[in-house]
Design a protein around this ligand. Structure first.
Ligand code: FES
Length: 192
């Protein structure tokens, strides 16, 4: 998961040097750090979590604020919130994909999150994603032209034990073959 980018730990260095070499405090732990504006949004998110005293039952409110700030709930944001509230990422994904007011990128009527994290990848989630992409005719991160289905890739949703893991409209499902994943998706499709 998230790396704090501070990798070296000069434990043997004298205290004085450590003090000066101290972190520049402004480095951001997320991929969104490329954008200065994104950094500010994470600060807003921090403030919101703090104001709610990092209460887990404030998850929806916090996601709401996050969506307001980011426009949608991208993976990094969900991870950030999960860490802040000490909640399993799968739970945060579940809530974020269950409520229609939240969107993880393009928002189709239904959202299928496919975990491409290591544990799931090893169990073939990439093949499942490929099968889903082929079936829907869209790529991960896109929504079908009829607005029915969005495909979203995640890195690890905290359900490695049931890899490969998926989230279908908020419901975490594991151990699906590519065929089974496609079958699952078909349930959403108005018989064409
Ligand atoms: S790698 Fe997929 S749930 Fe952890």
């Amino acid at each position: 998961m998230q790396k704090s980018s501070v990798t070296t730990k000069p434990t043997e260095k004298p205290a004085a040097e450590t003090a000066t070499a101290e972190k520049p405090t402004k480095e951001k732990p997320t991929a969104a750090s490329k954008n200065a504006s994104a950094d500010k949004r994470f600060k807003v998110l921090d403030a919101t979590m703090k104001r709610n005293q990092y209460r887990q039952d404030a998850l929806i409110e916090i996601l709401h604020k996050a969506q307001e700030s980011f426009g949608y709930l991208e993976e990094e944001v969900l991870l950030y919130v999960a860490k802040g509230l000490k909640l399993p990422l799968s739970r945060v994904y579940g809530v974020a994909t269950f409520y229609h007011l939240f969107s993880l990128k393009p928002s189709g009527k239904h959202t299928c999150v496919v975990c491409l994290g290591t544990a799931c990848y090893v169990k073939g989630s990439d093949k499942a994603m490929a099968a889903l992409e082929q079936h829907t005719g869209i790529k991960s991160g896109e929504t079908t032209p009829d607005g029915e289905i969005s495909l979203v890739a995640a890195r690890c949703i905290g359900a490695c034990g049931i890899a490969p893991a998926f989230v279908f409209d908020g419901k975490v499902v594991g151990q699906l073959t590519p065929e089974a994943a496609v079958e699952r998706l078909k349930e959403w499709q108005p018989q064409a």
